[in-house]
Design a protein around this ligand. Structure first.
Ligand code: NAD
Length: 380
């Protein structure tokens, strides 16, 4: 197949292929086209891609491409230039963008969206949401650490003892677990809460304290290993139980998400204001609705502490994975190559095996039709 990676539009710094992965694709018999400068933001120059076997082009000739791999969604205009039967493979949110869906369907382009990858063990090596959440969870803690006017670790010195920072993590999926692990490595005391029943054991297994808010196990269980939205009374109980833990925290990291919905608001402005001056809140969900009232994507907001004496910094992280472009791209590219392997027939040519649950789940459009997760046609 002919596989192509475009230059991603600014401010995206990641890229869907890195030279190491290009080498593997070329060895597997594919032709790989990379737009000049595509790897600049992730610290790979054209020569590194060329050395790995890629053809460097000023602009990808979309009509000749089999698989267009991307980080940011492919614009409708570019979808219209792809040949019938071509595949796009990357992140596609929002998945209901009517213009893009119509453009793909008009040209019989198959859009494979990583947001729709099944969460099965066979799919783990292709899981872009997990690899990027790992980067984001790590980054969130570093962002908090540089803004906190205190140490993370306990320091016993001749000048006295500095206590460890108290870190609370809300939402313990992939990003939250990585945030816990990172905060622990820096020496903080960490506690965490999630509404999925399995999460208590997951939190304890990484050495943190689980904050039990007294939910029934059914209340937080959704489908496919994900959470579901809490009902109003359960959400109120959760908030009341979390409030004292948040008031005692030096750092609060929030990562809660429910697929296909706005992020749940877990922390009110009053709960933030009740924190000590100098405390730091990092909201990883800021761009998808916000777990913290008043957080702004891409900005630091100073909130006066109701205890007096200064402000709490609320950091709205909008591009945490893009802020680690080298390793985030490396993992992304490996995920991409593992899906490309499913799209490669015995003779090396492009195939779209819809009988495979991974391909079927990811296929947002195919052969002129928009599809749901189960492969059923979605009316336009
Ligand atoms: P996510 O990004 O959708 O959500 C992050 C976390 O927020 C989840 O743990 C969720 O339970 C939590 N959350 C939602 N509403 C909340 C609320 N009101 N209060 C507190 N927490 C709330 O999740 P994710 O990181 O993509 O992972 C979800 C689950 O899927 C995890 O159990 C993860 O281990 C699992 N997973 C499985 C695979 C696989 O098997 N291939 C891959 C990745 C993740």
């Amino acid at each position: 197949s002919i596989i192509a990676a475009p230059r991603e539009p600014a401010p995206e710094t990641r890229v869907a292929l890195v030279p190491e992965v290009v080498g593997a694709l070329v060895r597997a018999g594919h032709r790989v086209l990379v737009e000049s400068g595509a790897g600049t933001g992730a610290h790979h120059d054209d020569d590194a891609y060329a050395d790995a076997g890629a053809e460097i082009v000023a602009a990808v000739d979309l009509a000749a491409v089999d698989v267009l791999v991307h980080v940011t969604p492919v614009p409708a205009a570019a979808l219209r230039r792809l040949r019938p039967g071509a595949v796009t493979l990357g992140l596609d949110a929002p998945l209901d963008d009517a213009d893009r869906l119509a453009a793909a369907n008009a040209g019989r382009v198959t859009m494979l969206a990583f947001e729709r990858l099944p969460r099965t063990s066979r799919a783990q090596s292709m899981d872009v949401l997990s690899s990027q959440a790992l980067a984001a969870g790590y980054r969130a803690v570093l962002e908090a650490a540089v803004r906190l006017p205190r140490f993370f670790p306990l320091a016993m010195t001749a000048a006295g003892t500095v206590p460890p920072a108290n870190v609370v993590v809300l939402g313990v999926g992939v990003a939250g677990l990585q945030a816990i692990a990172t905060a622990k490595r820096l020496g903080a005391k960490v506690s965490a809460n999630d509404i999925r029943p399995d999460s208590a054991e997951e939190v304890r297994s990484v050495g943190a304290t689980f904050i039990d808010v007294g939910l029934d196990s059914a209340e937080g269980t959704g489908t496919g290993g994900y959470a579901r939205a809490l009902g109003a009374t359960a959400a109120e109980r959760q908030q009341a139980a979390l409030a004292p833990h948040i008031a005692a925290a030096d750092v609060l990291i929030t990562t809660a998400a429910v697929p296909g919905r706005r992020a749940p608001q877990l922390v009110t402005a009053d709960m933030v204001a009740a924190m000590r001056p100098g405390s730091v809140v990092v909201d990883l969900a800021a761009a998808s609705g916000g777990n913290v009232e008043g957080s702004m994507p891409g900005m630091d907001v100073a909130v006066p502490s109701s205890r007096g004496g200064g402000t709490i910094t609320v950091v709205g992280l909008a591009s945490a994975a893009s802020d680690l472009p080298a390793d985030a791209s490396r993992l992304f590219a490996k995920n991409v190559a593992n899906v490309v392997a499913l799209l490669t027939g015995d003779d090396g040519a492009l195939v779209v095996p819809l009988e495979d649950d991974i391909v079927a789940g990811m296929a947002l459009t195919h052969d002129g039709v928009t599809r749901d997760r189960e492969g059923r046609p979605v009316p336009a």
